[in-house]
Every structure is written in structure tokens, then in C-alpha cells.
Design a protein around this ligand. Structure first.
Ligand code: GSH
Length: 215
């Protein structure tokens, strides 16, 4: 059965990086908007445990928490060999705990930056503290993983494009869409990473065709 992605009606929120992951892997899915009443029902019925979305339904399971959803899709895609050439979206087996930690850190950033609340929901220290702190962390990670070989692409960890990379891409993209490209310009390595992922054929198409004006 096709995957179902439950999300808050009219919002990109934490579901958007999942959509980017699904676009990248080419997995077909059903996007299921949930309104307030339906959400209350899902909570009552125990469909979701934490009163939050996104949630992914697949093969009789409901997976909550966006980093876990990303990892689930990455594992599924790797099992089916959906990565380009020999790419593994979970990275090599021994890299996975680190990849997972990066995906979780990206989620911490999103939680602090509150891009899911839109421009007006931005915390007052977004520019002075949150963006400088996290974008420096992310840029340092990319610099450390750079092998100085111009023929290879640069990702957060190892040689694979992983679910952490997709998460980071979308988190940065959400900031630029809401608050402007100038937010990432002082971090050239992070910007280069963002622009490269945005130019991947399937992701480029996803970005060009998604509904505009949402956050
Ligand atoms: N840690 C969660 C955060 C998800 C989250 O905050 N979702 C928000 C909107 S996108 C939500 O469902 N809020 C509803 C509420 O808190 O009642 C994740 O990564 O999935």
C-alpha cells in the first residue's frame, strides 16, 4: 500500500522535509491534510501519540517524529535501491548513528527557529542567536567532511546523500523562503550545499511545482 503522509492542512511544517525526501527517492505517496477536528479524532483514537504531525502510515504502521519518518523512508528506499548509482540514503551501516544524530540536530534547529509558524512566528533572537549558532554548526560539519576533491559532492557525513542532508537542505530552504536568501549568504559552504541539493532534478521539480506562499 502507498505511504500516507498526514500533515496539518494548509501548512508545510515539519512534513515538508519528508516531502522532499519522497520526491528525491521517487516514492509515490498520498498527502493527507488533517484539519483541527480530524486531529482531535486522531488523538482520541490513539492514531498519534504526541498530538503532533507529521505522521507517516505504511504497511500497517504509523511513524511519528519527522527525523524517524525520514530514516524510515531512507531505509525503505535503500532496500529498494532507489538511490542514484550506489547512493545509500542511510549512509554506510557504521555511519548511521551519526547521520541520525545530524538529522535530529537539524530538527532541534527547526524547533528553535520555528519556521513552521511562519514569518510572524519567528523568535526575536532568530537573527542574533539562532541562525548564527546553527548555520555555523552546519557549515563546520560540511567543511569537516569536505575531501577537497572537486569531483565528489559534499554532504554532511561520508560519501552518501543521506536523510540528514535532505533534512538540512529543507531546513535552510524554509529559512530562505520565509526570511530571504541573505540569511544564508554569510555561510558560503552551506549556501553551496543548499543550492546543489536544490538543483537535483527531482527536488528542483518538486520545489518548482509545490504550492507557494505556505510555510
Ligand atoms: N518533533 C516533531 C515536531 C512536529 C511539530 O511540532 N508539529 C507541529 C506542526 S508542524 C504540530 O503538529 N503542532 C500541533 C500541536 O503542537 O498541537 C517532529 O519533528 O515531527
Amino acid at each position: 500500500m502507498a505511504m500516507k503522509l498526514y500533515y496539518h492542512e494548509g501548512k508545510r511544517g515539519f512534513a515538508e522535509k519528508v516531502r522532499v525526501m519522497l520526491a528525491e527517492t521517487g516514492i509515490k505517496y498520498e498527502d493527507v491534510p488533517v484539519n483541527r477536528d480530524q486531529m482531535q479524532q486522531m488523538i482520541k483514537d490513539g492514531v498519534v501519540n504526541f498530538g503532533m504531525l507529521p505522521a507517516l502510515e505504511h504497511d500497517g504502521k504509523i511513524i511519528e517524529q519527522s527525523p524517524s519518518i525520514m530514516e524510515y523512508i531512507a531505509e525503505y528506499a535503500d532496500k529498494l535501491g532507489l538511490g542514484q548509482a550506489t547512493n545509500k540514503y542511510c549512509g554506510e551501516a557504521d555511519e548511521r548513528p551519526i547521520v541520525r544524530s545530524f538529522a535530529m540536530a537539524v530538527n532541534d534547529f527547526q524547533t528553535e527557529a520555528k519556521t513552521h509558524l511562519g514569518k510572524d512566528g519567528a523568535p526575536s533572537n532568530l537573527d542574533s542567536v539562532i541562525i548564527p549558532k546553527w548555520f555555523t554548526y552546519f557549515q563546520n560539519i560540511l567543511e569537516r567532511n569536505d575531501d577537497d576533491d572537486v569531483r565528489t559532492d559534499e554532504y554532511m557525513y561520508g560519501k552518501h546523500l543521506t536523510f540528514a542532508d535532505i533534512a538540512l537542505f529543507e531546513a535552510v530552504n524554509a529559512v530562505t523562503e520565509l526570511h530571504g536568501l541573505n540569511k544564508v549568504r554569510p555561510y558560503p559552504k552551506l549556501k553551496e550545499f543548499h543550492d546543489k541539493i536544490a538543483a537535483r532534478a527531482r527536488i528542483e521539480q518538486f520545489l518548482a511545482t509545490r504550492e507557494q506562499g505556505q510555510y
